[in-house]
Write a protein that binds this ligand. Sequence first.
Ligand code: 13P
Ligand code: SF4
Length: 319
Amino acid sequence: GSQQAEFKQRIKDLLVRENAVIVAHYYTDPIIQELAEETGGCVSDSLEMARFGRDNPASTLVVAGVKFMGETAKILSPEKRVLMPTLEATCSLDIGCPADEFSAFCDQHPDRTVVVYANTSAAVKARADWVVTSSIALKVVEHLDAQGEKILWAPDKHLGSYVQRETGADVLMWDGACIVHEEFKAKGLEDLKQVYPDAAILVHPESPEPVVKMADYVGSTSQIIHAAETLPNKQFIVATDQGIFYKLQQQIPDKEFIVAPTAGSGATCRSCANCPWMAMNGLDNLANVLETGASEVFVDQLLGEQAMKPLTRMLNFSA
Ligand code: 13P
Ligand code: SF4
């Protein structure tokens, strides 16, 4: 309504005043994605967010997503001010991989190349040889496997086992999962496929193995959108956070998108496949941090310098 319009205008003014740009993820509220697009920011997957933040000339980045995305932006651009609508927005993968335990795990396996998913803290990244996002995990591990390297992988076991199955690499796995994608169910997906036999199934690789195995295409959020554009199908069943439907419908209006079933799915399931931390990003807190400078992201200098190496390796690899 009019309050929303007021917030949007205020944010637009503040972005100019603060020389700031919005870096948003596809899982955030459509209103945030729209605003990012209207103001020269980006809406993308986590790899492109990292690249955009690093390369954009604005002196302040407002990262609308979850904590690891803000930290990654800060690590790659220590000279920029990085704000987030809230610092409370974390990720179950990050929570499930405490740096001290992870470091001890690495110490026990010094013969392995440490590959960590971007959904981790700066301290965990600081311990890694490589950081990867879902869009390039396969290619990086393929490359390492071809060099005869054994992998220590953390923290997402579903993405890790997908990569292991596809590459045949020797992968030792941390036991972590995404609470959103873990809820997708193969049985429900089979039933839905009966209703939409011509639909292609698009799956984010944080989903459990039986779901990934049913997929016509497996990839990151950006890759899922690209697949929906390029595959000939007119209908798609999509196993990832519902936030992605905004972009799918906007970019591909002549196709139909159906959310994949989760454990609690039913007629009234409004919060299914919806990351509770991504949902913490709103117009109100975004406006507030721009106004006050609150919720600034800081990363310990030494950890940041260490984490920058595997992050830069990732960006160079995918360039
Ligand atoms: P993408 O890199 O595919 O955007 O994934 C990030 C994420 O948090 C998925 O849950
Ligand atoms: Fe983390 Fe899952 Fe939320 Fe992505 S959707 S931020 S992996 S909890």
